[in-house]
Ligand binder design. Structure first.
Ligand code: PMP
Length: 417
């Protein structure tokens, strides 16, 4: 049956999602806006604003040591290797960064990849026909795509629900090779995966555990190795993926784990084999930022302290920041630097975003599919380079917005689960 809504012109497509269509029905245009961020602030439309929507959690992307390292590599090696790792795309810097990542995470080996997204796409090479992949239903798009690109059977367990995972593992073919795949810290609301229970369930059923530490490696845990270290289960994770674009001030990604699986992926993962390698300035910036993050643990402590303070102030103003989910069921650990402020429907969400911007604070308005239906959020992120005054200005902007739009008398949104 032909679909009467379909056009015969391939290019005749509506905006991707109902959320975006609803945003475009308002006068607010929050996306693809040029801005230039540095040290916790940004210049947008010629105006200086507080940057509260950037994943540079440790404040290293514009650190002079990081930019100097990138500049030196640029002058020495040029802007690009213009080739894949297997052929002409390997510099000594690639091996040095891989050794540094493996050393930091305590894994046998690591492979650096051009983006974090590609490190998750590379996982497809592991997921063969007959294998079973169990994936948290709020995993990042790149993990979902990596799983879909593979041939394995995909089962989704409820967000952060080890009991549901256990049930799916129990029902799965005992003879199948299995993997449990999860974000360490979920990107949109900063919630932590319950890794002790997930890794225990995986072990009971002979499944491998793969954790995407994009948002938590460099930030959480006594040595900054991430959410698994924070929970004391770092050595129960079989394979880590991650990015240099958040804590490590650069762009690029990595996979870290046993030598045999990293070697296999180097030769089997199409996202590695058929893409130009991480460029020299990005490599040098990542190396410098990794070293600084290890030498200056105050950065991660600072950003976590600031986040706890802001979260408290926003809750005091009557905003729902979902902090119970952030802390995890049985965990009294740190609240991360990602604060998800529930913001109602698309129009309410971008309306709040615009008011915050008018008050001089840039944030991220987020709707489905990045968050569940009906759960639009203003995603607020902090950085180690924010001052106390920055945090006050963010809270004051939310207070001003609240004066214009009072809190609803009853919660209108279910927490995403
Ligand atoms: N994993 C997660 C959880 C992410 O949030 C992101 C980026 N938003 C990525 C992977 C992709 O990383 P990159 O930006 O380096 O491609």
């Amino acid at each position: 049956m032909p679909d009467s809504n379909r056009s015969a012109d391939l290019f005749d497509k509506p905006l991707a999602s109902p959320f975006l269509r609803a945003v475009h029905a308002t006068p607010v245009r929050p996306y693809y806006r040029p801005l230039h961020a540095r040290d916790g602030e940004a210049v947008m439309d010629g105006r200086q604003v507080v940057m509260a929507g950037c994943n540079d959690y440790l404040g290293l992307a514009t650190d002079p040591r990081v930019t100097a390292a990138a500049g030196a590599a640029l002058r020495t090696y040029g802007a690009s290797c213009s080739g894949a790792r297997t052929l002409n795309g390997t510099l000594p810097l690639h091996g040095e960064l891989e050794a540094a990542v493996a050393d930091f995470l305590g894994t046998e080996d690591a492979a650096v990849v051009t983006t974090g997204f590609q490190s998750n796409l590379a996982l497809a090479a592991l997921f063969g026909a007959g294998d079973v992949v169990l994936s948290d239903n709020a995993n990042h798009a790149s993990l979902i795509d990596g799983i879909r690109l593979g041939a394995a059977h995909r089962l989704r367990y409820r967000h952060r629900d080890p009991v549901h995972l256990e049930r799916l593992l129990t029902d799965a073919d005992p003879a199948a090779a299995k993997a449990v795949v999860t974000d360490g810290m979920f990107s949109m609301d900063g919630a932590l995966a319950p890794l002790p229970a997930l890794t225990a369930a995986a072990r009971r059923h002979g499944a491998r555990t793969i954790v995407d530490g994009a948002h938590d490696i460099g930030l959480l845990g006594p040595a900054g190795r991430g959410a698994a270290e924070h929970f004391g289960v770092h050595d129960r994770v079989d394979l880590f993926t991650g990015t240099f674009s958040k804590c490590f001030g650069s762009t690029g990604g990595f996979l870290a784990g046993p030598t045999r699986v990293i070697t296999y992926l180097r030769y089997a993962a199409r996202a590695i084999l058929f893409s130009a390698s991480m460029p020299p300035p990005a490599l040098a910036a990542a190396m410098s930022a990794l070293e600084i993050s290890i030498a200056e643990p105050w950065r991660r402590h600072r950003v976590l302290t600031l986040a706890a303070r802001l979260r408290e102030r926003l809750s005091g103003l009557g905003y729902d920041t979902g902090s119970a989910a952030v802390l995890g069921e049985s965990d009294a650990g740190p609240a991360g630097p990602v604060i998800a402020v529930r913001a109602g429907d698309a129009a309410a969400c971008v309306g709040l975003w615009q008011r915050l911007l008018d008050e001089g604070v840039y944030t991220n308005p987020v709707g489905p599919p990045a968050v569940p239906e009906g759960c639009c959020i203003i995603r607020v992120t902090l950085q180690a380079t924010h001052t106390d005054t920055h945090v006050d200005r963010i809270a004051d902007a939310f207070a001003a917005a609240r004066r214009l739009t009072p809190a609803p008398a009853v919660p209108v949104l279910a927490r995403p689960r």
